[in-house]
Design a protein around this ligand. Sequence first.
Ligand SMILES: [Zn+2]
Length: 87
Amino acid sequence: MHISAAYLASIFAVDASLFIALGLLVVILPVLALWFLYEQRKAGACSRRALCTTFSCIKCELIYSRCGIEKEASCPQCGYRNTRLKF
Ligand SMILES: [Zn+2]
């Protein structure tokens, strides 16, 4: 059985492109999956953070947060009602 050099080269070319395609698939798919999961987690964290407000107690200097749309919240340590922090 005679195998020509051109035949070997064509097999190698097909194998190489197949190998590259599979390699790209193996690399790209997990990256896309991770990116998708990261974006979902980021969106979830943003919506959770937007619902919470940070308060700083002017009586005992405790910093705490309350979730929901509140303009005032009582301090968990001394009970003083503080207005929301403005930056
Ligand atoms: Zn306090």
